[in-house]
Write a protein that binds this ligand. Structure first.
Ligand code: FMN
Length: 394
């Protein structure tokens, strides 16, 4: 058995001796299927669904299958350490929680349960602007946990500045600016269900709790007025690279751009003085037909890896996936849907399970690959699956 002090694997097998088995799936690829029965059909479709024919969502997963790990034998992995520091945030394992909005549709404790589980497991969380709980309440539940704030940059600059000020005051240390969602994509499942949580007042809690947003309502303080105003200011299709100084001016700390998929945009981010980027296609929820996120990673990492922090999401479903993303140039990854399914299945306990299982699965994948630290990971750890075409690896 593993000698790791916090071995979830050991705990599960030992508990199994008394006839007790885990409450939640240990095969993390089965979380989606298990969560389905715990959610309303509309909520399940909102989380599991993607844009268009979901071609990019499938491609995100397929891109991982095209890379295979080549393990090394007889290296000393008796005392591994996979700790790192990313933009001042300490990671014991190289993953964080991706910003996912409207979590109240998955579980009544929503972001509060996630914030508690993340703090308990020492996994940093990124809170969405579209959260269903106000950021100050989430911060209180997260306690001395590490947290970042994700901005959906609203059209109303007074609201944007106010959100950033509140996030800093509530202890969010890094700003993530999501670029790929200035409008919502064509999402057939949600359209077929006629279901958009925001219009039902779910996911606008950071807005309605905001003084600048309230001021913009000019006294029209009904729920309908708030939702209507939200639809007017949610996204700004006129934003360009020239607008980035605004966030720099209003945020005192590292800033990361989420949704970068090309080396040229990554170079622009570096030139614009950003601190990091997240290679992501929003889990295939925005532009259907676009490149699988993992396929975008090597060229981006080659272009800016030495200058910017490069993070990755879209398609992480297990420990081996994290290893692969690191080998292709990411410093750490974001986990999205899997923890939402954990939340749906068991609230805080469900999220804790997913975080513990993922940590253990990652640590075992690393040790079984002969890798004792993150600095041991390189493109040489991977090989393209036969017939999968050119590597593109840097
Ligand atoms: C239900 C749902 C809501 C999301 N909400 C946000 C959000 O509010 N802000 C954001 O930047 N990304 C959001 N994302 C995208 C995630 O941050 C992340 O990029 C994505 O989940 C990665 O894909 P994966 O979950 O398939 O691995 C959301 C994703 C899902 C599934």
């Amino acid at each position: 058995m593993s000698q790791h002090v916090e071995s979830y694997q050991d705990e599960i097998y030992l508990t199994g001796m008394t006839g007790t088995v885990p409450d939640f799936p240990t095969d993390l690829t089965r979380l989606e299927e298990a969560a389905r029965s715990a959610m309303t059909p509309q909520a399940y479709d909102y989380v599991a669904g993607s844009a268009g024919g979901e071609d990019t969502a499938r491609e995100n997963l397929a891109a991982f299958r095209r890379w295979r790990i080549v393990p090394r034998m007889l290296t000393d992995v008796s005392r591994p350490s996979y700790a790192s520091t990313v933009l001042g945030t300490e990671l014991t394992v190289p993953f964080m929680l991706a910003p996912v909005g409207v979590l109240a549709i998955a579980h009544k404790e929503a972001e509060i349960a996630v914030a508690r589980a993340a703090a308990a497991q020492r996994v940093p969380m990124i809170l969405s602007t579209a959260s269903s709980t106000a950021m100050e309440e989430v911060a209180a539940a997260n306690g001395d946990g590490q947290r970042w704030y994700q901005l959906y940059w609203p059209k109303d600059r007074a609201v944007a500045a106010s959100l950033l000020g509140r996030a800093q005051a509530a202890g969010y240390s890094v700003l993530v600016v999501t670029l790929d969602t200035r409008i919502l994509a064509w999402r057939p499942r949600d359209l077929a269900n006629g279901y958009l949580p925001f219009l039902r007042g779910i996911g606008i809690q950071n807005y309605v709790s905001d003084p600048a947003f309230q001021a913009s309502l000019a006294g029209a303080d009904s729920d309908e007025a708030a939702v209507l105003r939200w639809t007017q200011i949610f996204g700004d299709m006129s934003l360009t690279w020239d607008d980035l100084p605004f966030v720099r001016q209003h945020w005192n700390g590292p800033i990361v751009l989420k949704g970068i998929l090309s080396a040229s945009d990554a170079l622009r981010a570096a030139a614009a003085g950003l601190d990091g980027i997240i290679v992501s296609n929003h889990g295939g929820r925005q532009l259907d037909g676009e490149i699988g996120a993992l396929d975008a990673l090597p060229a981006v990492a080659d272009a800016v890896g030495g200058r910017l922090t490069v993070l990755f999401d879209s398609g992480i479903r297990g420990g081996a996936d994290i290893l692969k993303a690191l080998a292709l140039g990411a410093q750490a990854v974001l986990v999205g849907r899997p923890y939402v399914y954990g939340l749906a299945l068991g609230g805080e306990a469900g999220v804790r399970h997913v975080l513990r299982a993922l940590r253990q699965d990652f640590e075992l994948a690393m040790r079984l690959s002969g890798l004792a630290s993150l600095s041991d990971v390189s493109p040489d750890c991977l090989q393209r699956r036969p017939g999968a075409g050119p590597t593109g690896a840097g």
